[in-house]
Design a binder for this molecule. Structure first.
Ligand code: ADP
Length: 422
């Protein structure tokens, strides 16, 4: 069953009140998928990025599992940094506000005596960084023998930070029959090793950030042809309140040319593609992040993993070749709290690609009409003769008078030749 509301879950009234106070109306995808198995006592592996609502996903079931009358530590959350530990502890405290459950963050950098006093006074849930937890274990100020629920949050970051030994040490100190869940944005061999060692037939939940944002993205498409593509883009920029956008093109060359065209028309634009060096890419990304650039024209590969807030629009200036890329692209807008719009340009002959995208999602993608004239039929073809092989072929644009043209196979060999020479 698809969980639509927190009321669909078997949660106590106190916890529901806490959730309501937080202002959450409906569970995020990771919450909708992991709360129920966790409530049932299953182990869970959740692959999800930050900002997807992971904390409540494991925090809500953890709070429900606590025996209030037992003042020993029953729930343990491991997190990579002190900021995160504090944030998670605070979030869980808010969820459990009406339950009387005590939550304590344990992290390096804070006076250990204060933490010892807190632990002595009795806490139900400890949220801590691995290093400081080990410290308390060695001093005997933290006991884990009554822990029945363990969460490893941002496991990939913890391993990157070199906490693997500490994590193993801690997990070896908690009782064998416990519930373990692990959340990570990425999964690699070392993380699977932890899962194999400490988890029992875990439920695997994969929530890509792209799926998450989908419901908050208004998805539109607009019909274009070769000559109307750019005028339509300009009209959209003027009419649609596009403040900060990533504009996707199919090729690196296309990205470069479109950015130049936009700049020439007076827009703040830059391009991001694979032909740029890493420092150049960093400079472009920084400019976009800092609002010096409003329109980032990018190829798929270059834009992968970009995590930039405030993007109002994604424009697919060329429809993506693969359906999945569509979702990767549009996931760059609308983070958890914001809304965004994705507009896809569909040229004649690309209707099937658009239909495939539509078939993959339950969300609606509606047509957007512009005032620019678009030819209904196939793109006009022009006969031309290849300068190299002299064979006649169709060109999708009118060749400039006097300028040599090459057919595709000849163009490819020319490119290779050109690359070798330069
Ligand atoms: P993560 O742990 O995945 O990094 P958080 O749990 O911190 O993400 O959640 C990110 C933001 O989204 C927080 O501000 C949180 O309050 C909010 N949030 C989480 N779940 C929901 C929900 N179901 N509805 C609305 N906002 C939510």
């Amino acid at each position: 069953m698809q969980v639509q509301s927190f009321n669909d879950l078997p949660l106590s009234d106190d916890v529901l009140r806490g959730i309501k106070d937080l202002g959450f109306e409906k569970p995020s995808p990771i919450q909708a998928q992991s709360i129920m198995p966790l409530l049932q006592g299953r182990d869970v592996i959740g692959q999800a990025q930050t900002g997807t609502g992971k904390t409540a996903a494991f925090g809500i079931p953890m709070v429900e599992s606590i025996d209030l009358l037992d003042r020993r530590v029953q729930g343990l959350v491991l997190a990579p940094t002190r900021e995160l530990a504090v944030q998670i502890a605070d979030h869980i405290s808010r969820i459990s506000r009406y339950t009387g459950i005590r939550v304590c963050p344990i992290y390096g950098g804070e006076k250990i005596n204060k933490q010892i006093r807190q632990l002595k006074s009795g806490v139900h849930i400890v949220v801590g960084t691995p290093g400081r937890i080990i410290d308390h274990l060695e001093r005997g100020t933290l006991k884990l023998k009554d822990v029945h629920t363990v969460v490893l949050d941002e496991a990939d970051r913890m391993l990157d930070m070199g906490f693997i030994k500490d994590i193993n040490k801690i997990l070896d100190r908690v009782p064998k029959h416990k519930q373990t869940s692990l959340f990570s944005a990425t999964m690699d061999r070392n993380i699977w090793k932890i899962c194999d060692k400490y988890m029992d037939r875990p439920e695997k939940i994969l929530v890509s950030e792209d799926e998450i944002a989908l419901e908050q993205i208004h998805q539109r498409y607009v019909k274009v042809d070769t000559s109307s593509r750019y005028p339509i883009l300009e009209e959209l920029i003027a009419d649609q309140g596009i403040r900060k956008a990533i504009i996707f093109t199919r090729t690196k060359r296309g990205a470069h040319q479109l950015a130049r065209k936009l700049k020439n028309s007076g827009y703040n634009a830059d391009s991001l593609h694979g032909n740029l060096s890493q420092p150049q890419r960093d400079r472009v990304t920084r400019g976009f992040r800092k609002h010096n650039v409003d329109f980032l024209v990018a190829t798929d590969i270059a834009a992968r993993g970009l995590d930039i807030t405030g993007i109002t629009h994604i424009i697919n200036y060329n429809i993506p070749r693969e359906t999945l890329s569509y979702f990767h692209r549009i996931g760059r807008t609308a983070r958890m709290e914001a809304e965004g719009t994705a507009i896809t340009f569909v040229a004649h002959g690309e209707e099937k690609a658009m239909a495939d995208i539509k078939a993959q999602t339950s969300t609606r993608i509606t047509e957007l009409k512009t005032s620019v004239n678009v030819k209904a039929g196939p793109a006009e073809k022009h006969r031309a003769i290849c300068r190299k092989c002299k064979i006649e072929f169709d060109l999708p644009f009118k060749p400039t008078d006097g300028r040599p043209v090459y057919c595709l196979p000849c163009l490819k060999t020319r490119k290779r030749h050109y690359r070798r020479r330069h």
